[in-house]
Design a protein around this ligand. Structure first.
Ligand code: PLP
Length: 467
């Protein structure tokens, strides 16, 4: 089957990204554009359009309008996902050889840009729930413990990354975290890939968007958490801790010279769509009905993990002894496709259309799954084996480029890892180049690979001993 034929496939229930629910929730303007004369919209950066970095043209006008509207100094559209914008943001914040604090659930895009730029990621650990296998939201006292950690005494931290909310929807009180960092003159990048719509819905009791905080840089994924096309993103900039010129340089370095005009239009329209009062009312109804879906599922006895994002429904499969991958495979057979299987849970993304059938379908399939899997008690998880603050033993950039050999996992103890191991989704690394491998890490990687079979293949790439 060709890719294009597959794109026509329909599934019974689709609960994955992008959040426009296979076109149903795309902004009306985009639907019209796409259906009018297919392909006619695929045009280059004509002077009337300009580019994301030019001072004139329609793209620049749209960006200026939005930055004024949301009181940021500047914003830029991106067509290489939140990944591309995060990478540009990191380049603008930190130089080669400098240090940046990143959480243990950091997205892989951050690590990749560290590898090519020579920036050193310093990992901070997060509290972890052994009940549902997720990291818990960062709070002020935990952040202060990190910033005061003895291992940071002799190094200068040039920036910090917060994830707000996490993939599964856990979020922190972002304002206060930003203020703590700013008191120490540490610039903040908030990865808000999963929280774009928070910007419009505070009155529904959702977390505050980082765009409304004093964060220096905020990146949003417009296809994950608004109703844009895949690859669309936006970077918001504010404050005096980072030079605007450096952000422009960062974007310029990584942006394609041929950005897709349809995607740029999607960046604009997916935000403008929410500024229209009638649409906003409709989206708020979708969010309110999503909350009701959770309530209905809970009243049907379905074990859910509650987070701050009503559009994510997280099944606590581990509570009845089933791992999220087994549950995912089982539901797939019935045409119910989820977004994120994990060891103890399975996450569905509802997207921006009302899901009238979802609660009933999930309830019926859950009952079938329980009969099929014959679960036996609660599944256990293992706390990731990290210290509160960990600086890689060798520069990740050096380890990634170094001379390497592949060794069976059990022979890697004491050696320096030279590859990144990460399951996708969610794209959170288990180990990165430059980290020294110990018994605990190997045991943990093995455990994680039990459910995610292709993760490691029993061998790991390490630096040779002569370096
Ligand atoms: C927390 C987080 N940040 C950034 C990204 C990258 O987003 P994109 O796929 O738009 O590049 C992801 C993608 O999974 C993510 O989960």
């Amino acid at each position: 089957m060709s890719i294009s034929s597959f794109l026509k496939e329909k599934f019974y229930q689709e609960h994955f990204f992008p959040s426009h629910n296979r076109g149903k929730a795309l902004p009306k303007v985009l639907i019209d554009l796409l259906s009018e004369s297919p392909g006619s919209w695929d045009i280059p950066e004509l002077p009337e359009l300009g580019s994301v970095l030019s001072d004139s043209g329609l793209i620049s006008d749209a960006q200026s309008f939005l930055s004024r509207k949301f009181s940021s100094e500047k914003c830029w559209f991106g067509v290489n996902g939140a990944s591309g914008m995060i990478q540009s943001a990191i380049l603008s914040m930190v130089k080669q050889g400098e240090f940046i604090l990143v959480p243990r659930n950091v997205h892989i895009s951050v690590i990749k840009i560290c590898l090519v730029s020579g920036v050193v990621p310093v990992f901070y650990d997060l509290e972890f729930s052994e009940v549902n296998g997720h990291y818990l939201p960062l709070n002020k006292s935990w952040l202060k413990k990190i910033l005061d950690h003895h291992s940071l005494c002799n190094i200068k931290i040039s920036g910090i990354v917060f994830i707000h909310p996490y993939y599964q929807g856990f979020s922190s009180e972002i304002n206060s975290l930003v203020e703590i960092c700013h008191q120490r003159r540490i610039p903040v990048l908030v990865d808000e890939a999963h929280g774009s719509y928070f910007l419009f819905c505070e009155d529904l009791g959702l977390p505050k968007s980082a765009v409304k905080s004093n964060a220096d840089l905020v990146v949003q994924s417009l296809h994950k958490s608004l109703n844009g096309l895949t690859q669309t993103a936006i970077l918001w900039f504010k404050g005096d801790l980072i030079e605007q010129e450096n952000v422009v340089k960062g974007i310029n370095l990584l942006e394609t010279t041929s950005p897709n005009s349809l995607l740029l239009a999607s960046c604009e329209e997916s935000i403008m769509d929410w500024l229209d009062e009638t649409n906003l009312k409709r989206y708020k109804e979708v969010i309110t009905s999503a909350k009701k879906i959770s309530e209905e599922l809970i009243s049907n006895g379905i074990p859910l993990i509650e987070t701050h994002d009503p559009l994510k429904i997280i099944l606590n499969t581990g509570s009845v002894g089933i791992d999220g991958f087994t549950a995912d495979k089982f539901f797939c057979k019935y045409g119910l496709i989820a977004e994120l299987p994990e060891r103890l849970s399975l996450t569905f993304c509802l997207g921006f259309t009302k899901q009238k059938q979802f609660a009933n379908i999930l309830t019926d399939l859950w009952i079938k799954l329980i009969k099929y899997a014959e679960p036996n008690g609660r599944l256990k998880t293992y706390k990731p084996p990290f210290e509160l603050v960990q600086i890689p033993s060798v520069s990740p950039s050096f380890a990634w480029r170094g001379k390497t050999e592949k060794l069976p996992l059990q022979e890697c103890v004491g050696r320096i890892c030279s590859e990144i191991i990460y399951p996708y989704p969610p794209g959170i690394p288990l180990i990165v180049p430059g980290e020294e491998i110990n018994h605990e890490r190997i045991d943990w990687i093995r455990e994680e690979s039990l459910y995610c079979k292709d993760l490691v293949n029993s061998y790991l790439s390490v630096l040779t001993k002569d370096q």
